[in-house]
Design a protein. Structure first.
Length: 319
């Protein structure tokens, strides 16, 4: 089943052609360079950049897959969650494309899309399993009961995990997106240098809170700066990363997870990946599929379509 998929929920415009769990093309236009000068994603600029890129990226994905719209069985698009203006560009583009070519339309939840990035690289992975989606906008611990259904086990009460990485990086003057630079610096620092509070809440739930941890790091930096002293960015990055990693491990150990699929931008973090390798049945996407991409949306769309879930022309974006 050939699916043309579109992803535009944040700052990556992406189009892909997938055939069930196989990727035929996966074109990604990142807006990172555009947003870097502002230190974060500017929603209106993101929407405009998607509008400019989306046609070109879509036709590139068809060309690379060596097919035309006639060969496509369905058009898929991310409709939730994300930046509303950014989502609307993809949703409207996909709706118009499906309508013009008389193709069925499939709406995909971005979180399930991230989970599906693991179906691409791990042929044997099938529900039920526990999924942990960690990105700039999400920290979702979910139980996948089927390819299309899940229950939420835990989530963040405030900042997402990637957001915490980015905010700490910003306070240390690192370029956006900070997560990548934090990863590099953490390798050079001492993870035991500074003690920060855990992000795994101790209230009987499986939830996380990153705002306390983030504030503790920011206070540590400000205190030292106010005294006119200097601190080691490497040690802060390493200690912060260890605290995040320990928080994840605490949560997973508490749940006695049997089969775990991790996904999302933060799953590219080398230290977190290494720590998770201690689990026997852990699945992680290759680095090129951790961040936002349309191929993962196309693979999830295949399972939605298989279950008979199609969208109509009144499909709207949902934040
Ligand atoms: O999945 P993604 O591309 O977009 C969202 O759906 O949010 O995730 C982007 C997030 C950003 O916060 C970025 O800093 C973080 O993933 N990230 C990382 C790493 N690579 C990307 N965080 C920690 N370590 C990394 N290596
Ligand atoms: Zn994402």
């Amino acid at each position: 089943m050939l699916i043309l998929s579109i992803e535009s929920s944040c700052d990556e415009t992406s189009a892909a052609v997938t055939d069930c769990r196989t990727v035929r093309s996966n074109i990604i236009a990142s807006q990172t360079d555009i947003h870097r000068v502002y230190g974060g994603v500017v929603p209106e600029i993101a929407s405009r950049a998607h509008t400019e890129a989306i046609s070109r990226i879509t036709y590139e994905s068809l060309r690379e897959a060596d097919i035309t719209m006639n060969d496509i069985n369905a058009v898929a698009v991310t409709y939730t969650p994300g930046l509303i203006g950014a989502l609307l560009v993809g949703v409207n583009f996909a709706k118009a494309l499906a309508f013009a070519h008389s193709k069925p339309l499939v709406a995909v939840d971005h979180i399930l899309g991230h989970v599906a990035s693991n179906y691409i690289s791990h042929a044997g992975l099938e529900p039920p399993f526990t999924a942990f989606v960690v990105s700039g906008g999400h920290t979702s611990l979910i139980e996948m009961t089927s390819y299309t259904e899940y229950t939420v086990l835990g989530r963040t009460r405030d900042d997402a995990m990637g957001e915490a990485f980015d905010k700490v990086a910003r306070v240390m003057g690192l370029p956006y997106p900070g997560g990548v630079e934090m990863d590099r610096l953490a390798a050079l620092g001492d993870p035991y240098a500074i003690k920060f509070p855990s992000a795994a809440l101790n209230d009987g739930t499986n939830d996380f809170s990153f705002s306390g941890l983030k504030t503790a790091v920011i206070n540590y930096i400000h205190n030292i700066e106010q005294k006119g002293q200097t601190y080691s960015r490497e040690d802060v990055a390493a200690s912060f990363t260890k605290t995040v990693t320990d928080s994840i491990i605490k949560r997973l150990d508490g749940l006695c997870v049997e089969k775990l699929a991790v996904a999302g931008g933060v799953s590219a973090n080398s230290h977190i990946r290494k720590a998770l390798e201690r689990y026997e049945n852990v699945y992680m996407p290759p680095l090129n599929l951790c961040g936002d991409n349309a191929a993962m949306i196309g693979v999830q769309a295949y399972y939605n379509a298989k279950s008979g879930y199609f969208a109509q022309t009144n499909l709207n974006a949902v934040v």
